[in-house]
Each structure stands twice: as structure tokens, then as C-alpha cells.
Design a protein around this ligand. Structure first.
Ligand SMILES: [Mg+2]
Ligand SMILES: [Zn+2]
Length: 196
């Protein structure tokens, strides 16, 4: 039997984006001490789980591919996200992480792949492993690539319009729904308001 899932982007949806001194924009946290959960996300994720959705984190983390930080640091950041969620009572059913980047200089990770969003590989692999019904599932993310990956996988899409990632959104993609944060997206989704 297949189940619906909610695919959750990590940075900007579950965790706060942090200023990148080299670009002046807000980006993914690159050090464990910079990781902070967006207020309310654990409660929201818990509501989804109790409503019967599998929870799958899907995230691009190319910093090691670009040799911005070592892979061990990328892994430590991810471990911190998992720990903070667990401290708030939430354990996702699976995490799917793309470590690649097509222009990365790391000999192993610096390459094109099928899993870096906007490609749907992370979602498709999870769907196969966890018997997920993609047509009744949602992708929730804060950038165009999240919406594109969700659509390519055959999911419905929820765009979280956080101010700090506005530079990663354009009018070129059309999500099924929009919300200012995960908590409000989950309220709409569980009220049935997203199905009409
Ligand atoms: Mg994001
Ligand atoms: Zn990849």
C-alpha cells in the first residue's frame, strides 16, 4: 500500500537562512553553530505526521562539492538540524541529500547528477524506497527549484515565500499554493483548503 508524503526542503523552510558574507545574500547555514529552526516547524511537522503523511527532508547541500567547507562540516550541520528537530519531538521518516554540484571542484562530488533539485531524483528515490504515492504528496520549499522538483516528480507544490530567499524565486514557476511559512502551509493543507 502506498502512502502520501510531504517532502520538506531544509534551508529556509525548516532552518533559518544565514547571511553569506561573500555574496551579501542569505544562504544555507554552513556551520553547526549557525543552525536555528524556524519557530513552529516542529509542531507543524508533527501535525503532518499525525495526519498520516510520511515526512521526507529533501535538500541540496553543495558546499563540500564546491570545497567551501569539508564534507564532515556539511554532515555536522545536517546532524545539528536532526538533533534540534528531535529535541522538539520530530523525527523525519527519511532525509535525502544531494551533495553534488555540476561546477564543484571536489573530484568526487563536483559533477552533474540526477538528484540536485530542480531534478526530481531525491523525491523519486524516496518514493521508491518508502512506497510513496507521489500524486497525493506535496513538495514544500522556498525556491523555484523546489517547485520544479516537486512538479517533475508528480507532486503538488507549496511555495514558502520567506523574504530571505526572494532572490531564488521568480514568476517563472507556478506552485499550487503559497504561504509565508511552514506552519501556515500545514494549516491550509490539513484543513483541506489545499485540495480545492
Ligand atoms: Mg530552501
Ligand atoms: Zn546530486
Amino acid at each position: 500500500m502506498t502512502r502520501p508524503a510531504v517532502f520538506l526542503d531544509r534551508d529556509g523552510v525548516l532552518t533559518e537562512l544565514v547571511p553569506d558574507p561573500s555574496t551579501g545574500t542569505f544562504e544555507s547555514p554552513l556551520h553547526p553553530e549557525d543552525v536555528a529552526l524556524v519557530p513552529g516547524v516542529a509542531a507543524a511537522a508533527g501535525q503532518l505526521a499525525r495526519a498520516g503523511y510520511l515526512l521526507v527532508g529533501v535538500t541540496n547541500q553543495p558546499a563540500a562539492a564546491k570545497r567551501t567547507v569539508p564534507l564532515a562540516v556539511v554532515e555536522a550541520v545536517q546532524a545539528r538540524v536532526v538533533a534540534l528537530l528531535a529535541a522538539d519531538g520530530v523525527v523525519l521518516d527519511s532525509w535525502r541529500i544531494c551533495l553534488h554540484h555540476p561546477e564543484g571542484t571536489d573530484p568526487e562530488l563536483g559533477r552533474a547528477c540526477d538528484c540536485r533539485k530542480p531534478a526530481p531524483g531525491l523525491l523519486l528515490d524516496a518514493a521508491r524506497d518508502l512506497d510513496i504515492d507521489l500524486a497525493s504528496s506535496w513538495m514544500i520549499g522556498d525556491t523555484d527549484s523546489d517547485v520544479q522538483a516537486g512538479k517533475a516528480a508528480g507532486c503538488r507544490t507549496f511555495l514558502i515565500e520567506v523574504a530571505r530567499s526572494a532572490h531564488k524565486r521568480t514568476a517563472l514557476v507556478t506552485p499550487d499554493r503559497r504561504a509565508p511559512d511552514l506552519a501556515q502551509a500545514v494549516t491550509v493543507l490539513l484543513s483541506g483548503g489545499a485540495d480545492c
